[in-house]
Design a protein around this ligand. Sequence first.
Ligand SMILES: *[C@@H]1O[C@H](CO)[C@@H](O)[C@H](O)[C@H]1NC(C)=O
Length: 398
Amino acid sequence: MAHYLPRSSLVLAQILSMFIPLVVASPDPAAMTYNVVSLGAKADGTTDSTQAFVSAWTKACGSTNPAMIYVPVGRFYLRQVVFNGPCNNNAIIMSIAGTLVAPSDYKVLGNTANWLVFEHVDGVTISGGILDAQGTALWACKASGNTCPAGATTLEFSNSNNIVVSALSSLNSQMFHIVVNGCQNVKMQGIRVTADGNSPNTDGIHVQLSSSVTILDSKIKTGDDCISIGPGTTNLWVENVECGPGHGISIGSLGKDQQEAGVQNVTVKTVTFTDTQNGVRIKSWGRPSNGFARNILFQHAIMMNVQNPIVIDQNYCPDNKGCPGQISGVKISDVTYQDIHGTSATEIAMKFDCSSGNPCSNIKLEDVKLTYNNQAAQASCNHAAGISTGFVQPTSCL
Ligand SMILES: *[C@@H]1O[C@H](CO)[C@@H](O)[C@H](O)[C@H]1NC(C)=O
């Protein structure tokens, strides 16, 4: 990935090695590995290891060479950890063989927005590991109607570039599992998200104000959106994802703010939705905004008993406040649905409920087959224009 040696020193090393072979050896790679246990972490699941992780990060981030933080097998109890940059190198790998465990008492993280957060970093890879946020007590509190803290996002990357996350599992997050905010060039592969289908606000992966984010080969079971795509997301690629239970893959909610960055160039392909509330959804508030969503491709999706397989809803307005005339300012255009098959759990499998002030334009349907109770499902359109080609069932209402 990154070049961490200045080119001049590489050339110098090559020249020197011609004359004095073996003297200019590369440094011992072990010297740049920081094992959290050597720094005082305990793998017993109860001893607070926060300080050991902070020490490991301080050393890795301060290193002028590439560095590795190693977390061995075992359970490591951590309060909030902020992995802050900028760092002195742009090649830090956190290799996790074990499990990081959040406090089971939700009052410890309380209203802290995040549990594990990387900020202002460049070139960080997280490989492996389980993040166990122990969110069940907070969900129960929220379900009881008592006053509870909002809860923390499990893992957030904020204002960072060149991030890789692979083979990571996130379990029972208090709030969102993974958030990508204000980042460029993020690749996530082999992510597993697991939480109860009734757990509140436990979105799997949320992306906003970010570009060139790729999410591949992941399985997400949770209580809210499997993937949610917020304002300011551009060049997002999602491929080979299994979603369910959950609320599907959503662009939105958009248009909450009057001034809002748009969503552009999003590809969602080869996804399976099982028993989800939605399949592929675009959702905006019914209120004034300069936001938009355009150049969106939903391709090769399988719907299995999905309540709203294809849906655009521009009338979102919880509590019916601040939505004059329910007219969304968000402009939705150039959205393609290609090769979408399967079963709907409701009669209306395809719903385009667009803004009366800003109708959806250039919606394209190609090779869609959605059934309800072994019969053709139905479609409903409001203020939506576009075309359909190939076999399209339910019959298009565009
Ligand atoms: C759209 O995004 C993809 C990555 O998801 C990128 O490869 C492509 O260049 C982008 N297209 C445009 C026109 O920016």
